[in-house]
Design a protein around this ligand. Structure first.
Ligand SMILES: C[S@@+](CC[C@H](N)C(=O)[O-])C[C@H]1O[C@@H](n2cnc3c(N)ncnc32)[C@H](O)[C@@H]1O
Length: 316
């Protein structure tokens, strides 16, 4: 087994909380180098034996190193982990520099090693996602097969947030819709939308790596050749009116998207949001209702929620 090291430079006071977050995210081991250890050693009964100048140790703050097995696809783990760390100051913890670095600890190429463990994913009776390097025969005539190489973009189809969004799209699309896919990542939701009959799809992402990965994935799937992929911050500056807007992004970013989604959705339009952890669900629902949406369906897998919303009709 080969491993990827994720190293975080932080403060002594945040060590325990950050280590917990890393373990909960799937890290298999933690090593901590903390400047306070040296201070504490100096002040114990035998502390005078230590000559700080003779050994290498972090002089200020702390460094946490954790290790993820190559079976885990980091682009789907890091965003939530980073967001949870950024929330720690709300609980009074100083996270200091909060610098995150990634490196290989074995000679393997971590950006592609996980491919060995990524196999076709059956999302529903009608949809299967197949890694581009695998052979796959559909099990029935109605089955849509999406070919995918996520590269370093989020969206393999295995993450609960993506699965829930795909199921919500399958429920919501009847054919002929205009769809806006916000935070497209690998482009998986856009390709699925076309497979479920959408007429026109516009895909946006802030990250150039994702924009390029999405374009390459459109090329792998003839049905999605005409999807318009571009770099954009959420739906800022967009004027295309849509029947469906879909966004699988963390809750705090969804909150920033609501006003534009309401502006761009046609009457009776559908807004699908995913990437919402249990603790954030009520806040998102309240903000949606205040903006003029009504909840149509809630979908849940483990601690993750997706919500299908309708633009409320304006009463005469
Ligand atoms: C959780 S991933 C979802 C990827 C894919 N749509 C899926 O469902 O698997 C969220 C994506 O949103 C993008 N993103 C984050 N903030 C954004 C913003 N302000 N504007 C556009 N895209 C953003 C990220 O780069 C990332 O690709």
């Amino acid at each position: 087994m080969k491993w990827t090291e994720v190293k975080i430079t932080t403060t002594s006071e945040a060590v325990e909380a950050i280590s917990n977050i890393m373990i909960e995210s799937g890290a298999s081991g933690v090593s901590i180098e903390d400047a306070l250890d040296v201070e504490n050693f100096k002040s114990d009964a035998f502390g005078e034996l230590l000559d700080k100048s003779t050994f290498k140790h972090v002089k200020e703050g702390a460094i946490i190193r954790t290790y993820f097995p190559e079976t885990m696809f980091l682009p789907e783990i890091l965003p939530e982990m980073k967001e949870r760390i950024l929330k720690l100051p709300e609980y009074g913890l100083n996270i200091g520099e909060n610098r995150l670095e990634i490196s290989e600890v074995a000679e393997s190429d971590w950006s592609s090693a996980w491919k060995k463990y990524y196999h076709p994913v059956r999302i529903s009776r009608f949809l299967t996602i197949v890694p581009n390097w695998e052979k796959y025969e559909p099990k029935n005539q109605d089955e849509c097969v999406i070919k995918l190489d996520p590269g370093m973009a989020f969206g393999t189809g295995t993450h609960p947030t993506t699965r829930l969004t795909l199921q919500a799209l399958e429920t919501s699309l009847c054919g002929g819709e205009t769809v806006l896919d916000v935070g497209t990542g690998s482009g998986v939701l856009s390709i699925a939308s076309k497979s479920f009959g959408a007429k026109e799809v516009f895909a946006y992402d802030l990250d150039e790596v994702a924009v390029n990965a999405a374009k390459e994935n459109m090329d792998l799937n003839p049905i999605a050749q005409d999807v318009h992929v571009s770099a954009n911050d959420l739906l800022k500056g967009i004027s295309t009116q849509a029947d469906v807007i879909v966004a699988n992004i963390l809750a705090d970013i969804i909150l920033r998207l609501i006003a534009d989604a309401h502006r761009l959705l046609k009457e009776q339009g559908t807004f699908i949001v995913s990437g919402i952890i249990k603790e954030k669900k009520d806040e998102v629902v309240t903000a949606m209702m205040e903006a003029g949406f009504v909840v149509d369906q809630l979908l849940q897998q483990g601690d993750w929620f997706a919500i299908i919303l309708k633009k409320a009709e304006i009463e005469e």
